[in-house]
Design a protein around this ligand. Structure first.
Ligand code: SAM
Length: 311
């Protein structure tokens, strides 16, 4: 891998993604979560006829990419935008392959932006620091009930209420580390205590709230069929069951314009527009998990569009 500042993030299931997108055949690809560009590079390197439009809502990711993008010339275009706004920000229609590798990158985790609970610095957690409310502002000002709802919706199970209470009683917070410590103390001896730091899911929930990750994903999934051409592949890597369920349900709805489980979230499509390629999710090999433990909860889902809505 050449280039000046590739970032520290290790891309996940790269070979599986290249295969899923049929990148070796070349074409126009949309990488909606550029990050450190590992998947984008793999797509560009898979064929001299592969072109990539890459998006990221984090300006630091885009800047990092700009330091090496020139080596691919016109084959790589970088755009700073949240993927929910892709219809307005990307003029091309009819992509051959679309990728979303959800969540945050290792670079973001290590930049002292409050994503990690060892961060002594401010509890920010915004992927785009130019928009919205930081996690610090949220936990320091929101009513307890709102914090509880954010924790519950973000996957903090039975302890969401007691954690929300502990946070409100201990604020103001100035650092991620301080918040992690309060969560830990509040959960000592509680049911459900595990080897995983109790702040892990709390941090995930706050990050999801501050970045409106579910809203972003739902808007994004509505836009995807409109920029895909017939035969296009769509690959998504998720890291937890909340987003995996949303992706799976939406893919199923594209496959069968019929009856859905009552818990299904989102709009119905009237006609079948594609089919799911892997009924079970693709997961990293044991070897990959050993090399890159951050990959352990990743799941790759792939579908193929059968209709062209892009024209
Ligand atoms: C897991 S990393 C992607 C890593 C990348 N595939 C690679 O190989 O380096 C996720 C990236 O997606 C970006 N991201 C997350 N949500 C986003 C959204 N709604 N719109 C655009 N980018 C987003 C994050 O800023 C982060 O850089």
């Amino acid at each position: 891998m050449s280039g000046s500042k590739p970032g520290v993030h290790i891309p996940i299931m790269v070979d599986e993604v290249v295969e899923a997108l049929k990148a070796k055949e070349g074409g126009m690809f949309l990488d909606c979560t550029f990050g450190s560009g590992g998947h984008t590079r793999a797509i560009l390197d898979a064929s001299p006829d592969a072109w990539v439009v890459a998006l990221d809502r984090d300006v630091r990711a885009i800047k990092r990419g700009e330091s090496w993008a020139a080596e691919y010339g016109e084959r790589l275009e970088l755009i700073h935008t949240p993927f929910a706004e892709l219809e307005d920000r990307v003029s091309f229609r009819g992509f051959d392959g679309i990728l979303a590798d959800l969540g945050m990158s290792t670079d973001q985790l290590k930049e002292g932006r409050g994503f990690s609970f060892v961060d002594e610095g401010p509890l920010d957690m915004r992927m785009d620091e130019s928009r919205g409310m930081s996690a610090q502002e949220f936990v320091n000002t929101a009513p307890e009930r709102e914090i509880y709802v954010a924790l519950a919706e973000g996957g903090v199970g039975q302890n969401a209420r007691s954690i929300a209470h502990a946070l409100v009683s201990s604020r103001p917070f100035e650092s991620a580390k301080q918040l992690a410590e309060v969560v830990k103390q509040s959960q000592l001896g509680k049911r459900g205590e595990s080897r995983v730091h109790p702040a892990t899911v709390v941090f995930q929930a706050l990050r999801m709230k501050v970045n409106d990750e579910i809203g972003q994903l739902e808007h994004f999934l509505q836009a995807v069929p409109k920029v895909a051409k017939k035969g296009a592949r769509f690959a998504v890597i998720t890291f937890h069951s909340i987003e995996d369920k949303i992706v799976t349900n939406r893919m199923r709805s594209w496959e069968s314009a019929g009856s859905y489980p009552a818990s299904w979230r989102g709009a119905r499509t009237e006609v079948r527009i594609g089919h799911v390629l892997n009924k079970k999710s693709i997961v990293p090999s044991d070897d990959e998990i050993e090399r890159n433990p951050a990959s352990r909860s990743a799941r790759l889902r792939v579908m193929e569009f059968e209709k062209d809505f892009s024209k």
